[in-house]
Design a protein around this ligand. Structure first.
Ligand SMILES: [Zn+2]
Length: 165
C-alpha cells in the first residue's frame, strides 16, 4: 500500500492550548481508555506504548510514552530505563520508515510543565521532496497546519506500522 502526504489544513491552536492547559494528562487519559482520547496504538509492552499523533503534521507521526506518569527523562529515568525507552523509539521509527516514504526521521521530546507534562517522544518522518525551508521545525509545527486525515485512514496506517514491527 502506498502512502502519500495528505494536504495540510488549518489547526485551531487556541482550542488545543486550552484543552492542554485545562484538561487531564492526555497520555494517562489514553491509557485509561477515556472515550474522548481515542487513538490508534502501534506498540505496547509492560512499560511503554506508542500511538499515532492525533494531530499529525507528518504522515506516520507517532508518540512513544512510558506508561508511568513521569515528566523528566533526565531526572526520573535510570540509564537502563532510558535506553529501554529509546529501544522502543528505534523499533517504532524503523516500522514507520518501512511504512511511509521517509527521507529523514525526526525524533524529539517536547512537552510543557503547564500541559503535556507526561514524558513522550515524537517520531516524525519527513517525506522526500519537502523544500528545505519547510523542513525541520516548520514541518512539525501545527501552527503551519495539520494533515487532513480521517479515522479510517489513520486506523489503516497504524495497522501497517504494527505489521512492520
Ligand atoms: Zn500522565
Amino acid at each position: 500500500m502506498g502512502y502519500s502526504q495528505p494536504a495540510k489544513v488549518p489547526f485551531d491552536i487556541e482550542q488545543y492550548a486550552r484543552r492542554t492547559l485545562e484538561g487531564p494528562c492526555f497520555v494517562c487519559a489514553i491509557l485509561a481508555g477515556h472515550p474522548d482520547d481515542h487513538h490508534h496504538h502501534v506498540y505496547e509492552d509492560a512499560d511503554t506504548f506508542a500511538f499515532l499523533s492525533r494531530y499529525p503534521t507528518l504522515l506516520g507521526h507517532c508518540l512513544v510514552a512510558p506508561k508511568r506518569h513521569i515528566e523528566s527523562w533526565v531526572d526520573e529515568l535510570s540509564e537502563s530505563e532510558y535506553l529501554a525507552l529509546q529501544r522502543v523509539v528505534h523499533d517504532v521509527a524503523r516500522a514507520v520508515a518501512a511504512t511511509v516514504p521517509t527521507e529523514r526521521m525526526y525524533s524529539l521530546s517536547l512537552g510543557s510543565q503547564q500541559g503535556n507534562a507526561h514524558l513522550h517522544w515524537h517520531i516524525a518522518p519527513l517525506p522526500p521532496g519537502v523544500p528545505y525551508r519547510q523542513q525541520q521545525f516548520h514541518a512539525l509545527m501545527a501552527e503551519n497546519g495539520v494533515l487532513d486525515v480521517d479515522d479510517a485512514s489513520q486506523a489503516a496506517l497504524a495497522k501497517s506500522i504494527r505489521s512492520n514491527l
